[in-house]
Design a protein around this ligand. Structure first.
Ligand code: ASP
Length: 320
């Protein structure tokens, strides 16, 4: 009898050891606060991916330093297929923005695929004085450092958009940094800061409920979900555009099987009609399927690093 038990346990142990991937829940690190644009995108995808992935995907918020803390965490995590990262354009801007960056986006990661694009909007506290979008830019230029401009930390896309806005206007406003859009938006709604440039996934619901004021979109063409809103380009800032792209990464050395299965679940989630309906209402735009692949993401990232580095160097902005 005792021998039988020993045999059974040995068989169970061997089966567990040989159990195919994924054998337990997987963590998807979001390097910004819960309730922000990157987090909402991560949670929407994680819930949909769970259907085909066979295990729960847990979103883990590791915040700070404009997303670089969470990104560095994933670069150093065990490459066992149980840690992934959802990061945005900040993956391409951090190498130029940070004097010291503990990871190399092109060397320290495996690539799963690109996700979606999210446009940016320029919003302000409800009682911000300019009455029309046309009056906004003159007001910002005249008030300069009296304007409190919020962002989610150096390296965040809100920071990037704010940096380009100040550069285009030729003025320096007062920067107030948060660890994500959720606290930055709360400060805007509370009237503690004046202006914020951030993704539509978070601004559209608050614009609709009239808790913040929408002035412009930071896209070349008007945003489909906000057809009556002028672009900054139309208001006079020619060529102004900050479109936020997203990618999913894993630590360097993550097994191919894990990358393949996680990637397949990601692409399935991007086809999920519920995901599409929910995100499209929030202004989200789909990228071609060829970009939703490891090579699509890696090539895009390399091109984006090459695009942003001279722009950031010219702006002379650095983070420690
Ligand atoms: N929207 C933020 C940024 O500016 C990040 C976030 O909270 O998702 O990068």
């Amino acid at each position: 009898m005792r021998k039988g038990w020993v045999y059974l346990l040995a068989v169970l142990a061997a089966t567990a050891g040989a159990q195919s991937y994924p054998a337990r829940s997987v963590s998807l690190v979001v390097p910004f606060t819960a309730g922000g644009p990157t987090d909402v995108l991560g949670r929407t995808l994680a819930a949909a991916m769970g259907k085909s992935f066979g295990q729960t995907i847990i979103v883990e918020n590791r915040t700070g330093a404009g997303g670089t803390i969470g990104t560095a965490y994933v670069a150093r995590a065990a490459p066992d297929g149980y840690t992934f990262l959802l990061q945005h354009t900040g993956m391409a801007t951090a190498p130029a923005l940070y004097r010291k960056l503990s990871y190399d986006p092109l060397k320290d990661f495996e690539y799963v695929g690109q996700v979606v694009d999210v446009p940016m909007t320029l919003v302000a506290r409800k009682d911000f004085p300019p009455k029309t979008p046309e009056a906004l830019l003159d007001y910002l230029t005249a008030q300069k450092e009296n304007i409190n401009l919020a962002n989610s930390g150096p390296g965040a896309v809100s920071h990037l958009c704010a940096m380009l806005l100040q550069q285009a206007l030729g003025v320096q406003m007062t920067t107030i940094s948060y660890q994500g859009t959720a606290p930055a938006l709360a400060a805007l709604m509370g009237g503690h800061v004046d202006v914020l440039c951030d993704q539509t996934t978070q601004t559209i619901p608050h614009i609709k409920s009239q808790r913040i004021k929408l002035y412009a979109s930071a896209t070349r063409k008007r945003i489909a979900a906000l057809p009556d809103t002028p672009t900054l380009d139309e208001l006079g800032l020619k060529g102004f555009e900050v479109m936020v792209w997203h990618g999913v990464y894993a630590p360097k050395g993550t097994p191919k099987e894990a990358l393949g299965k996680f990637g397949a679940a990601l692409r399935a989630a991007l086809k999920d009609p519920m995901v599409k309906t929910r995100l499209k209402e929030l202004g989200v735009q789909w990228v071609p399927e060829a970009m939703q692949t490891p090579a699509g993401l890696r090539d895009w990232l390399a091109a984006e690093i090459a695009r942003w580095t001279p722009i950031i160097k010219k702006a002379g902005v650095y983070a420690e």
